[in-house]
Design a protein around this ligand. Structure first.
Ligand code: FA5
Length: 341
């Protein structure tokens, strides 16, 4: 057996040294050292050998294995060097070719606007929270005082996902979620996507809002106005004026829509202004004092417990900030538009 091993080993070393390619080398490795390779085949006969002879044969086999592996590695390194040199010779890099333009990604205008708004409210002590976009009909409507037959449900054409499940039509759905999960005081802002069956230059079927909610003892309408005035000045500059117009939302009482002075016209409205259509004002959000029924439904009780809420349309703010004429541009994915920001 030792002789057999010697014959195989010597032949193997010769073959390995003269192997002309890496593929051939790999074939040799398998045929010599693989499970069904020559060495293994010889060693299969070890059982028939006497116990005295076995260690000697084992040692001889191991020694051949070691030498074969060593020779294989050495030849492999040689062949790899040759292959690399050939590749370097054949593939010259032409350093005179002009480079391709590289495009750097940026954050989307909606992401940037959202972050900016959140930071402003965080400076006033608001916590950022989130809620699901697929929401129960209850939390989207009933929990914010919009009963089944209420006309407000028609106002917000809803995408139904299944019985009792909707794509939330506003971030106000987060109000009751939050109030039911923690005790007052609550001071949160919640950003996120909302969905309505709505589509034109200023309305999109998917858009974004930031909801705000502050419930504590003695919160007043003047606090709401102060917070929103701070937000408007931080967002649009110190000169901006804010006005609250009475409006109706079932979940607040009293309710208001909030306008800021037109950045295009300044203090004197111009009848031809395309931004405010000559009114001098731009509507940016809905707001009001939390309806007592919501506090009751949340299980909140306490002397003098009141709160305010607001819902800001993020696309609307981004349009005003950057003079974007059509909201649909923001969802077009057109890099010529997006790269401007
Ligand atoms: C609401 O959604 C109320 N939940 C806001 C609110 C919260 C009021 C808390 C009171 C208290 P409204 O439907 O007006 O209200 O939407 C709020 C803002 O979202 C609007 O001012 C507008 O800027 C934006 N918006 C509404 N519909 C669309 C749409 N289809 N596409 C883009 N922006 C929209």
């Amino acid at each position: 057996m030792i002789e057999k091993l010697d014959v195989i080993g010597k032949q193997a070393l010769e073959d390995l040294k003269s192997a002309s390619s890496l593929e051939l080398l790999e074939q040799l490795r398998v045929s010599l050292l693989g499970k069904k390779g020559a060495l293994s085949e010889v060693l299969k006969g070890l059982g028939a050998v006497s116990a005295d002879e076995r260690p000697k044969i084992g040692a001889a086999a191991n020694e051949w294995k070691r030498r074969i592996e060593e020779t294989l590695e050495a030849r492999k390194a040689q062949l790899e060097t040759v292959a690399l040199e050939a590749q370097l010779k054949s593939q010259r890099i032409d350093t005179s070719i002009p480079s391709r333009l590289s495009h750097r990604g940026t954050h989307h205008i909606i992401t940037r606007t959202t972050r900016r708004l959140l930071q402003t409210f965080q400076r006033l002590g608001f916590d950022v929270t989130t809620g699901p976009e697929v929401e129960t009909e209850f939390l989207n409507f009933e929990a914010v005082n919009i009963p089944k037959d209420h006309p407000a449900r028609d106002m917000q054409d809803t995408f139904f996902m299944g019985p009792g499940v909707v794509l939330r039509t506003h971030t106000s759905s987060v109000q009751m979620r939050t109030m039911r999960s923690r005790q007052w005081p609550v001071r949160i802002v919640c950003p996120g996507a909302v969905y309505r069956s709505d589509h034109d230059a200023t309305h999109s079927p998917m858009f974004h809002q930031v909801e705000g909610l502050w419930v504590d003892r003695g919160i007043k309408m003047s606090d709401l106005k102060g917070v929103l005035a701070f937000f408007a000045r931080e967002t649009f500059g110190p000169e901006v004026k804010v006005r609250l117009r009475p409006s109706y939302f079932p979940f607040v009482e009293p309710g208001a829509e909030v306008d800021v002075s037109c950045f295009q016209c300044g203090t004197k409205p111009v009848s031809t202004c395309k931004v405010c259509r000559g009114s001098g004002w731009l509507e940016i959000l809905g707001a009001g004092m939390v309806h007592p029924r919501l506090l009751e439904l949340a299980g909140y009780s306490g002397d003098d417990l009141t709160g305010f809420a607001f819902g800001i349309g993020i696309e609307r703010i981004a349009m005003i900030l950057h003079g974007v004429p059509d909201l649909r541009l923001m969802f077009s994915g057109d890099s010529r538009f997006l790269n401007q920001f």
